[in-house]
Design a protein around this ligand. Structure first.
Ligand code: NAG
Ligand code: NAG
Length: 172
């Protein structure tokens, strides 16, 4: 039950109720809003007014990267770090800014989302790389300006794993 509630939280961009498998939203990052006439709300096809920026184009295993969603005020979002071409999140988030929270798609706090529909702008998120990091990542976000108006695939530039700085694994 706990896991279900957390996944529903990740799905509920702008307080709409999800429809469909919670895991699917973790992969497709789509809110699955439904209009009263039962057609599905589609993502915007215009160029996104949002960009996802990173404070560094390099990261180290176990290190942190600051990630910002830049653009006009918005209500909802879902953001993850991913390896290029993969659909699973990598690493974890901490220190959620006001009106946001970390949620779990596959393992602890691997995704960030809104905690309420209050206006947010230019929020900065804190990502920690896995200690066994092995490949470059990018940050990808769905951003809902208001309910039913959202853009998928807002991507950061690639963040490269710094070579020669990987930490040794823990020998417990
Ligand atoms: C369903 O409702 C939405 C929002 O009012 C509208 O944009 C859309 O065209 C409607 N679709 C159909 C098939 O009536
Ligand atoms: C958000 O960032 C944009 C682009 O850097 C800037 O123009 C805008 O003033 C910022 N707004 C706030 C509220 O920080």
């Amino acid at each position: 039950m706990y896991v279900l509630l957390v996944l529903v939280g990740a799905l509920s961009l702008c307080n709409a109720f999800p429809n469909g498998a919670p895991k699917a939203a973790c992969v497709n990052m789509t809110p699955h809003h439904i209009y009263f006439n039962l057609t599905r709300v589609q993502a915007q096809t215009t160029p996104s007014p949002y960009s996802v920026t990173v404070a560094s184009n390099l990261y180290t295993a176990g290190g942190t990267v600051k990630v910002q969603i830049v653009g006009p005020q918005f209500e909802g979002f879902l953001l993850q770090a991913r390896h290029n071409g993969n659909t699973g999140p990598v690493g974890s988030f901490s220190n959620p800014p006001t009106n946001t929270k970390a949620v779990t798609c596959t393992s602890g706090s691997d995704s960030m989302t809104h905690a309420n529909p209050n206006a947010k702008q230019n929020i900065t998120l804190t990502w920690t790389a896995p200690t066994d990091a092995r490949a470059d990542v990018m940050f990808i976000a769905t951003v809902a300006q208001v309910k039913n108006v959202f853009w998928l695939n807002n991507k950061s530039p690639m963040v490269t794993l710094a070579q020669g700085h990987q930490k040794e694994g823990n020998h417990v």
